[in-house]
Design a protein. Structure first.
Length: 149
């Protein structure tokens, strides 16, 4: 992962973090140990996952602290060299994670979260998230059938 040309492996390394976020496994995310400090992209994504977990658990102060890291890391010149399959630089992917800090009411994310909560039998929480989704999607010109394509 640290050798030239093997930066793509860092993307594989962060897959558990993004998967746990996608599945809403907030407690599991918070149990994950941090990656080595020299692995800047995995470390930023670890902070992103923790920020999402704290946000969903209603701990906004902790979330803001965690989500500040991807914002700062996205600016690091070293991430320009870490490419995923020679297409996406780690700095670009980290910037996307940082952007979610600004737009926590992303309608597609809310849609998926509502579906997930319903499937888990948490219908009251699901209904609350569904209301947030309807507000966020109110001006859309098409229906949303699923959270991802």
């Amino acid at each position: 992962m640290r050798e030239p040309g093997l930066g793509t492996l860092q993307h594989c390394y962060v897959a558990p973090y993004t998967t746990l976020v996608r599945l809403g496994q907030w407690d599991e995310i918070l149990k994950e140990p941090p990656p080595a400090s020299d692995l800047r992209y995995p470390l930023a994504m670890w902070h992103y996952a923790r920020g999402m977990a704290f946000t969903r658990k209603g701990k906004q102060e902790e979330a803001n602290r965690e989500l500040a890291n991807p914002v700062e890391t996205a600016q690091e010149p070293a991430l320009q060299k870490v490419a995923v399959w020679d297409l996406n630089r780690a700095s670009d992917l980290t910037a996307i994670a940082a952007d979610l800090r600004k737009n926590m009411e992303n309608p597609r994310s809310l849609f998926g979260l509502a579906e997930s909560l319903e499937a888990q039998g948490e219908s009251e929480r699901g209904k609350d998230v569904q209301k947030r989704f309807r507000r966020a999607w109110a001006r859309a010109d098409r229906d949303l059938a699923r959270s991802a394509f």
